[in-house]
Design a protein around this ligand. Sequence first.
Ligand SMILES: [Mg+2]
Length: 269
Amino acid sequence: MAYTFEHLNSIKEILGRSPFGLITDVDGTISEIAPTPQQAEVSPRCRHYLSILSQHLALVAAVSGRPAEEIKNMLKIDRAVYIGNHGLERWAKGQSEFSKDTDGYPELIKAVIKELTPLLSIKGITLDDKGITATIHYRLSPNPEAAKRDILVTLESSTQAKRLRIMHGKMSINLLPPVEVNKGTAVLDLMREYSLQGGIYLGDDLTDVDAFKAIHSVSSDSSFQGVAIGITSQEMMKGLVAEADFTLNGVNDVVRFLRWMSETALKLS
Ligand SMILES: [Mg+2]
């Protein structure tokens, strides 16, 4: 595992490229994982460095499974771009836009949530309707493995849920429209839109691996150079570190890295 702070010289070289983009996940990356999503927050220090970076880089974007407006309310940075619902939603010009090909899915999500309500009788399971996707959380369960099994059995018997894509996350299961959109395609769209020549992606979860792969696929066959940084934790997901170029140890380490980045970007600009 290559620790980011031992490779700052090579990261600095990439940071000198222009236009440059910083794309980051939210939960577990720039905000500590909280017992419930509503309790999570981005610290003022972290927002301060991201705000500086948004003024000096071509792009600062936050990509998350949360609804886009929720991410915007957590970061409160005007110049940042907010991509929500795993790439299916974007906050732009004061309102949210869903990806094309997702017509009718908000209604299906509502129907699925209704069908899954019996799960709420199991201690520690919560259902989150996020408009175009849904998330079943089992972080608060006294027996997370048993809760996960119960969720999967219930999903198996739900006729409506069969029409959705299942994606596993940290102590959660996501239900999404079966369209080819993920954090990886969101990253590719941003790279094209901002003509990025350099970029850093920060993420801590399996859903971020698609973004890591996107960074690497573009780095290998274009003038773009980017690095994928995996945020390690006790709940580290297999597969994440294998795809990462470098690692950081938790949210505090990310904030320390953002401070280094903002100081370095200031010197370079
Ligand atoms: Mg995360």
